[in-house]
Write a protein that binds this ligand. Structure first.
Ligand code: FA5
Length: 339
């Protein structure tokens, strides 16, 4: 590196540091500027300083001298700005009214949203049962949201009224895209690119034009589970769901299956868990329909599998006795702070 370039870098660094310190209107922004320029790990002075190693040997003394001068000047500018702030009144005033023995102001820490907390806990529990996490897009095509899931072309689940279709070029071309209405789409995406055995969960947002009420929201989260292998049975489904529920809610939780229908599972069930003397509906599940296995190139005579899809908000609501799903999305700190 040429000496002239190094010196020029130092000069411009000093100019910017002077400007930044002078512009800092309170101690917080001054601290941000201090870290930017004087930060021990990746401050800008540190970065420029690293150029010193690349200076030709004969030029090194001159470069080092200038570096020290600039370092001193920047430090002095910072200290000056600090003094100006405390002399200038306001929050950081060092005037006679300042009592250094008063307790400091407690910093208000934010925290993770209850739904995100729930998602992290669910991932952790299912991870212990050997399920890895898979992801899929929120904007989906008809194949992954319906066709591959054995949902016939005339099925009401495809209705314009029950989905958020997007006005894209694909729609004009007769291949509409939509916001996924269920995380079951990820089952297809995973099986399409992974040969069996598979054991995954997928967690994410899904969208339905449902009117918001105490238990419905047009955007909510689902956890999808999928396991395919030789000899997987409904007993495996039930024991995984029971372990899952008892780990999340604590204690000895019972699982109840009620007969139901989903085009992509056969047989299909609604899953309830025993909770506080009653039953709480968690979602749907079942053994993967052979048509779905065929659609992704699996051989239903070789492998079987189960899948389940549960509403994350509902799970979180029962755990914390939340009675209205809309609370999660009102952004009212008084509610969110409780978790
Ligand atoms: C499904 O979405 C299926 N994909 C579940 C499934 C997966 C079945 C795999 C079989 C195999 P359903 O439409 O019932 O099923 O939704 C599942 C859960 O999502 C519901 O039990 C409920 O907990 C939650 N849910 C549905 N709609 C809403 C909504 N508008 N707001 C909040 N939660 C909802």
């Amino acid at each position: 590196m040429a000496l002239a370039d190094f010196l020029a870098d130092l000069d411009s660094l000093l100019t910017s540091a002077n400007a930044a310190f002078a512009a800092a209107a309170d101690s917080d922004s001054l601290e941000v500027a201090r870290v930017e320029f004087l930060g021990a790990k990746s401050g800008r002075l540190k970065t420029v300083q690293q150029g010193l190693g690349k200076i030709d040997k004969p030029d090194k003394p001159a470069a080092g001298k200038k570096l020290n001068e600039v370092k001193k000047a920047i430090t002095a500018a910072f200290e000056q700005a600090q003094q100006n702030l405390s002399a200038g009144g306001g929050e950081d005033a060092g005037d006679d009214g300042f009592d250094p023995t008063l307790p400091g102001r407690r910093a208000r820490l934010g925290h993770i949203h209850p739904i995100t907390q729930t998602i992290e806990q669910l991932k952790e529990i299912m991870g212990r049962l050997g399920f890895s996490v898979a992801e899929g897009p929120e904007v989906e095509d008809k194949w992954h949201n319906f066709d591959a899931l054995n949902i016939p072309p005339i099925h009401p689940a495809r209705s314009e009224l029950d989905n958020f279709y997007l006005a894209t070029a694909e729609k004009a071309a007769g291949e509409p895209m939509l916001l996924r209405s269920q995380t079951s789409t990820v089952q297809i995406r995973v099986m399409e690119k992974t040969p069996p055995p598979v054991r995954i969960i997928s967690l994410g947002r899904v969208y339905r034009p449902d009117t918001a009420d105490a238990t419905h929201y047009p955007m909510f989260h689902q956890i999808e589970g999928l396991m395919v292998d030789r000899g997987v049975t409904m007993a495996d489904l039930k024991s995984v769901l029971r372990l899952f529920a008892s780990s999340f809610l604590g204690g000895d939780v019972h699982i109840r299956f009620r007969p139901s229908f989903f085009p992509f599972t056969e047989p299909s069930v609604e899953v309830d868990i025993s909770w506080q003397g009653g039953w709480m509906e968690m979602g749907g599940a079942g053994m993967i329909d052979p048509n779905v296995l065929r659609a992704v190139g699996y051989d239903p005579d070789e492998v079987t599998g189960f899948a389940f899809g549960l509403g994350v908000e509902r799970i979180c609501m029962s755990r914390h006795q939340v009675t209205d799903i809309r609370e999660f999305y009102r952004n009212d700190v008084r509610f969110l702070e409780q978790f």
